[in-house]
Design a protein around this ligand. Sequence first.
Ligand SMILES: C[S@@+](CC[C@H](N)C(=O)[O-])C[C@H]1O[C@@H](n2cnc3c(N)ncnc32)[C@H](O)[C@@H]1O
Length: 500
Amino acid sequence: MFSPNCFFAGQKEPYMESLHVTADAETLINRAAHFISLGRPGVARPLVAAARALAPPSPELCLIGARLAAASGASDRGLVELDQGIAAAPDHAGLRKCRANMRQRTGDLDGAARDAAEAMMLDPADPEAKAILGAVMLDLRRPAEAAACLAEALTSAPSNLDYRHALATAMEKGGDVDGALAILIDGIAISPTSVTMRNAAILLCIRRRDFNQAIRLGEEARSLGIVDASTFGMQGHALSSLGQHSQAASAYQEARKLGPEDEHVRHLVMSSGLMTNSVRAPEGYIRTVFDDYADRFEAHLIQLGYRIPGAIRTILQGHPKIAAGQSIGPVLDLGCGTGLVALVIGDLPLGPFTGVDLSPRMLAHARAKCLYGTLRESDIVSDLMHYEQRWPLIVAADVLCYFGALEDLLARVHQRLEPGGWFVFSVESIEPDHDGVVPGNGDWALQRQGRYVHAEHYVYEAVCNAGFRIVHMERPVIRQEADAGVPGLLLAIETVRRDS
Ligand SMILES: C[S@@+](CC[C@H](N)C(=O)[O-])C[C@H]1O[C@@H](n2cnc3c(N)ncnc32)[C@H](O)[C@@H]1O
């Protein structure tokens, strides 16, 4: 027997009185599903309550109740409802699929995989169960198994764009980038009006640094009018990566027209030189870029010869306490990313480490290293304002390139350092262009790739004005880009003691 669910029982909704009493439960459930899919759980709630009042408990009522709970931000209650539903109807594939989805979202990946596999056995012809299992396998970092499940799902439903997209992702993660692109190109042939499919193919070309193919696909989409702000944003990125900056600027301008509220596009437009007044990269932009980059970040930076964590280690070996074999104490790692800094300096006498970063996916990689006592998902300026702890050492490796003006950040760091505490950070150096013109306002400039570069005189002045003295400064090559070294500055600065 289906146990009565009382999740919403007893809740008198204002809409209830006005509901059409002649509606049957199925109609109410369908209407509720519609409002949930529109992101309006408040409207769906009285409909679900009315359906419960009209019909005895059933898997359909359980499903809509669970979906409503999840849409209202109460996944735990939705899971309880599904547990009860599955206990009453263990052979219902729909309940298993719903719980698999919900378990996946709440991070119970093993449970999600069990449910999806169970649903597949209950209904072997159902592609959805295979697709869910594929998505869970992807989260479990088992791309080969994910691709196998998703390929089966796509064979049964070749026009399903979500399955196709997920299969391409699994193949790319498994290293078959050509195969992934072929799947997306087939998708464009099958669903030529899908902007999503076209954008996915362009993004993949950009990720494999095939900018010419990305531009070709973007041009084709544009000639057919199947474009959105992202298409133009990516077109701009591909063009600027090939040094075609004026064409990139026009593409960004188009992107801005189509997506005026889109932070990512806005920042790209700013970096193309069309708008120059942005003093820092927006949080949403950073999150999107680094969440997307997180899985490839370390391999890519190693390939680019990223040197900063190693150079910071050398500087810290000259810190008077470390040189004397004493511990410095706790370290705040601003923009910690995947945790490379802690990895490289973690054996020195310092710590524990606290890491702060805006990107949840970068933080997930840092967490997996188990080197940080605390990791906080936050903007570094907000974090410095919010937490009053004082630190003997703060580091920011390759992070200040997302800030133009440095005054505010340096003032906050100064407030959070102990007297005599060190701040070790890198910036990218401003370089004149091929005509000898220094870009930006002379102090700093936002470059076309979305990062800021800084003039040495500006960094020096900003540091001194903020109450620091320079302990160490060097001019390293930060990494390679387009076969050339990216020049930078690496500084260790010390708070000037107020009593000195
Ligand atoms: C190039 S990565 C460097 C990561 C790490 N420090 C390293 O050296 O490997 C830049 C990191 O800074 C983070 N980031 C950039 N601006 C930020 C901000 N305003 N607040 C917090 N994190 C930020 C990004 O999310 C990214 O993880």
